[in-house]
Structure formats: C-alpha cells, structure tokens
Ligand binder design. Structure first.
Ligand SMILES: C[S@@+](CC[C@H](N)C(=O)[O-])C[C@H]1O[C@@H](n2cnc3c(N)ncnc32)[C@H](O)[C@@H]1O
Length: 413
C-alpha cells in the first residue's frame, strides 16, 4: 500500500471545504507546519495525527488508512482471518476483488515493420487488449512525475497517490501479459523504484535493482546530488526463461589504456570475452549520444536497450514497451531480430523517422557492440600499445568480429 499522509489530509480538508488556515486554527498548529505536513508522505507524531483527525471529524485509524498506512492490528487480522475480513468487506462492496473489466483499446496502429507494430493511444487500455502470458520481455520507461513537458497532454505532475495508482494500473497489465519466466525491466528514479519494487514483489520475483550512473544531472538544492536511475529487474516465477548477460571489457584509462583496477596475478585467468556484468552500470550515459539523438528529451541510449535485450531475450522473442517515446526499444528489437509491440500516447513522428533511417541506428548499434564480450576493445589495445602497457599476460580474444547483417544477428557470445 502506497502511503502519503499529506495528500490524505488535503483530500479530507477539500471534502469538508475546510481551508488550511481554518484547520491550522482548529488544531493549534502553525500554518507553515501544516503546509509542511501536507507536502510530506510520512506520518507526523501521534499527537499531531490525533489533533488533525479530531479537527477533521475522523478517527485516528480512519485518517491513517486514508493515507495508505495500514495499522498493525489490521495487518494481523488480514493474516490471521482473511476469510472473515472478506465476508465483512463484501457486505460493503459486493463486487470486491473482481478483475477489472477489459476496456476496449482505443489505440490505433501507426507503424508495422517486419518485426513489430506501434500503436498510438493510452497504454493502459492498449495493454488490456494484449494476450495474457504472451510477452517474453516488458521494458518500461514511463514518465517519472517530474513535471516534464511531453507535449502530449500527458500530466506529469500528478498527486503522488494518483501517480502510484496509475503505475499499478499499467504494471498490473505488464504482469498479466508476461509469460512464465518472462522478465520485466522498469526504469525510473529511485523515489518511485522503492515503492514500485515493493508493489511488484507481490506478483513477480525480484532479481536486481540495477543502478545506472547518471553523468549529466543537475544538483537539487537541499538534497544530495542525484546520481543514479533505478532499473528494476523482475521475473515471472523464480526461474528466468532467458538469462544471458553480456560480458564487458575491463575498465581502462581513456587517455593511456592502462587498467583502472589492478588485476594482479589473475590476468592470465581472466575470461577473454570480458568481465562479468554487475548491477552497477557506469558505462551508460542517461541520454543518447547527441549525434544519434532525435528528440530533445527522454531518449534512452541504444546501448541500454541492447544490454537489456541481451540479458533477457532471444531472437524471435516478443518484447513489449508501453511507453514509446522516440522508440529506442523498438529500434533495438527490430535490429536484434526480436518481435516487438509498442504504444505511444503522443507524437509518433520521431519513431517513424528512426525507422526510416534504420541504417544509422545499425551503425550506432555496431559501435555499441564493438565494446561487448571482449576483454579489450581494439581502440584500447592500440592505446595500450602506444603507451607501453603490457597486455601479454591477458588472454586476448583477437578473433575477427562477425559482420552485422541486415535484420540480425548479434549473438556471437
Ligand atoms: C520517458 S519517455 C520514453 C522514452 C523512450 N524510452 C525512449 O528511449 O525514447 C515516456 C513516454 O511515454 C509516453 N506516455 C506517457 N503516458 C502514456 C500513456 N498513458 N500511454 C502511452 N504512452 C504514454 C510519453 O508521451 C513519452 O513519450
């Protein structure tokens, strides 16, 4: 249950047409303190909750429940006597726990390619029209409720409880359409990652919180400098149907090619295909390289999708991304020979444009792929040679990289 105490107080105040000033007077709290309480999700001291609930004509537990906080006695009752709780609740709400009715999807098809289809419309209705247990991988990069202008009429400044409820609406569909063993990757800021991971854990198996290091964000006054996005990785059931993470080159200095870390006596035992992928990704910039970028904002780098698709899908698998943006997932899926389905509520032009110039995208992906599944890239080997770094103790895989063919095939691992 997502809790936001402040929003519950505001809701109760509005329902009773009580101004903030009037509530402050009734409770004896300073207006500034009440404003702070209304801004925060956390519950204030018990004394303050008592004052507020009394002034709003509510019981303490009633206000806490309205704020999404479940009192301990209720949690215990739900665990020990769920049948009785359901019986009592059904007297109030006879349709309790019935599945939401399937809404007709109003999305219309705007692009059909060899591998996939793009629809324009609201992704919640669209996903309700997709078959259950059909997707091998769902990747989602939704708006983060940071008041960004998507130019689409999408509100990105919802009250926090609305944003959470909306997220649960589309995530419920994502869970439904995943096949057993299928994977869900959810890209968001840590603030939402925390709550959505907890909600998702009810239905899917948690595998990783992948940290994606941000290189170019702005400091926020009064906060630590935000420096990562969360990429949540869940699977349906404990056993992933696919798991083939790529290996990465060892980190080297971009000026001289020297190792950043000392591998000491292990050099000759290192895998020539590279080092294991960790759950901290420092080699992905949060936005695409300017040379390839099509939209002003919110375009993920192809490298990120290349990696996610490597980890959790095979050629021919079905990849679904409900938040198209500029279509990075669809482009990666198309080139890597995965089937794909996508939806975008706003402008689809940038996606169509990318598909008209798929060769540029292939070139970008080829550049990305030259840094995967090898201990050293050709460029770092050359740098090392020029700066006199000894590479002879490593087993270097100097086999020629296979050519990249139209419409396929990147799996030379
Ligand atoms: C963060 S961007 C996705 C960027 C994308 N991953 C990329 O790399 O280009 C989120 C997108 O979701 C779209 N969107 C927001 N709400 C939506 C909804 N209910 N249904 C479908 N698309 C939605 C926005 O218009 C925006 O383009």
């Amino acid at each position: 249950m997502f809790g936001h105490f402040g929003e519950a107080v505001v809701r109760a105040r509005h329902q009773q047409s009580v101004s903030r000033g009037a509530l402050a007077r009734k409770t004896g709290l300073p207006v500034a303190a009440l404003a702070e309480i209304e801004r925060c999700s956390s519950v204030p001291s018990h004394g303050v909750v008592e004052k507020l609930s009394g002034a709003l004509g509510m019981q303490v537990d009633e206000l806490l429940l309205a704020a999404g906080h479940q009192p301990e006695w209720l949690s215990r009752l739900l665990r020990t006597d769920p049948a009785e709780v359901i019986r009592v609740l059904r007297q109030i709400e006879p349709n309790l726990a019935e599945a939401p009715s399937l809404r007709e999807s109003a999305a219309s098809r705007v692009l059909e390619t060899e591998k996939g289809c793009l629809f324009k419309g609201d992704c919640v209705g669209w996903m309700r029209g997709l078959d259950g247990s059909s997707a091998d991988l769902v990747f989602a990069d939704p708006p983060f409720n940071l008041n960004k202008d998507y130019g689409t009429g999408v509100r990105d400044d919802l009250p926090e409880t609305h944003y959470f409820d909306w997220s649960c609406d589309w995530l419920r569909e994502a869970v439904r359409i995943l096949r057993p063993g299928g994977a869900l990757f959810l890209y968001n800021i840590p603030k939402w990652g925390v709550h959505l991971a907890s909600w998702l854990s009810q239905y899917l198996e948690f595998r990783h919180w992948i940290t994606i290091d941000i290189k170019f964000s702005l400091p926020i006054p009064g906060r630590l400098y935000p420096s990562h996005y969360s990429l949540l990785y869940f699977t349906k059931g404990g056993r992933p149907a696919r798991f083939s993470p790529p290996r990465l080159p060892i980190e080297t200095c971009r000026h001289c090619g020297g190792e950043i870390r000392d591998y000491g006596g292990y050099k000759d035992r290192m895998n020539p295909k590279g080092v294991n992928l960790t759950d901290v990704w420092t080699d992905i910039s949060p936005v695409r390289h300017a040379r390839y970028k099509r939209r002003k904002a919110n375009e993920l780098p192809l490298k990120l999708l290349d990696r996610v698709l490597d980890i959790a899908s095979n050629e021919g698998d079905l990849v679904v991304d409900p938040f198209g943006g500029s279509g990075t997932t669809y482009v990666a899926a198309e080139i890597k020979a995965r089937r794909w389905l996508g939806c975008e509520i706003g402008e689809c032009g940038p996606i169509l444009e990318r598909f008209q110039q798929l060769d540029r995208e292939r070139e970008d992906l080829r550049r990305v792929r030259s840094k995967v599944n090898t201990l050293f890239t050709p460029a770092s080997l050359e740098l090392r040679r020029r700066h006199g770094h000894d590479t002879s103790r490593y087993k270097v895989d100097d086999a020629e990289m296979p050519a990249v063919h139209e419409g396929s095939l990147f799996d030379w691992k």
